[in-house]
Design a protein around this ligand. Sequence first.
Ligand code: S3P
Length: 447
Amino acid sequence: MTAAGLTARRAGPLTGVVRAPGDKSISHRALILGALAHGVTDIEGLLEGDDVRRTAAAMGAFGAGVERLGEGRWRVEGRGGLAEPADIIDCGNAGTGVRLIMGAAAGFALTASFTGDASLRGRPMNRVLKPLGQMGATWICRDGGRLPLTLRGGGLKHIAYRLPEPSAQVKSAVLLAGLQAEGGCEVIEPEATRDHTERMLRAFGAVVEVSEAGTDRRIVLAGGQTLAGCAIRVPGDPSSAAFPLVAALITPGSEVTVKGMLLNPLRIGLLDTLGEMGADLAVTNVRDEGGETVADVTARYSQLTGVEVPPERAPAMIDEYPILAVAAAFAEGPTRMLGIGEMRVKESDRIALMAHGLAACGVGVEEEADALTVIGGQRGNHPVAGGARVTTHGDHRIAMAHLVMGLAAEAPVCVDQPGMIATSFPGFVELMRGLGAEIAHDQPAAA
Ligand code: S3P
């Protein structure tokens, strides 16, 4: 029997004002830093997707008090450090969760075992284990640095680590471990990645020095700093807001506003790219909320033109290429996305799955090792045929990207494993329906 999927079909224009769910990156960090801190951290707007709930449960298992006070309102009572958990930590689908928690746990004299779902068990952990090992942590894991693994922390020493790949998760794992290391740590990024850990460490009272030399970004953290609990307001996730915004851009007659979206410059490469493609986007009500810039963003249906997205923009929009590829399918001319090899080690091989799904929907694509070209505008104003059932490999962003495509394609688009959308965007279907989208569960095929 085939499991039920979700099907999106073309209907009228999308209109309305919505709020994106809380930012996933910031939500994980708020819980982890709250657990490492002394005292109470009150969080508002926490993303209540499965990934973040796993991190909340993990922080409880490491000894913090973690309590849900109401919708998006969570309180963490930190004990100033992590204690040995009594059981295996299951991070589900969350790469950010497991990598950041391993970094934090490595700072303490404890043994902790980690696992996750099939996707997470297939993802590389060596990128985090390598610097943690250089600092003095030890571990045993499956071949290729895969989960499940058992980590032994404590007694860490200083590291000066140059990131071999642009990864905010690796940077953050080193910084969290470095908090407890003798002499602290230094991380050098050849390409700047999202800086939420640095910003939030400061909000918790730590001194973090950031300097720039050419394209290098150098982050220095003194060891032995104590964190003090604080209040965190989580802004709307630009990686989630991207789906209703692009849906409006490609669906004739639409106008959609997402309120309270995070505008951190290291997260909004998609807005720059869509702007270059001719998207009608308006950013209003720009304000500062808890050390981050947020704004309301309005997207109106637009005639898009294909562009070349430079490789240096990849870290600022790495999770947005699936939905950019959909926008590109409706644009006039090719869109070339360069330097996106990191997409292959996300929740799925996102280059391969987008190429496959777009081709199944009648869109011209060219896949390379670290690039993807989408050839839009092949069939006039509504260029995308659709009419496919797409395999998502349980990847939430692959599912949402294809559903958005179905809203403007000639024939419906169906995705499998739609339950995985809740890892990052619980309420996605209801939010899109509220804007006028037609997205429905299809009946499971008979056995
Ligand atoms: C994240 C960093 C990125 C991103 C992920 C969230 C973070 O991963 O893709 O969704 O919160 O630090 P990488 O560090 O692997 O680039």
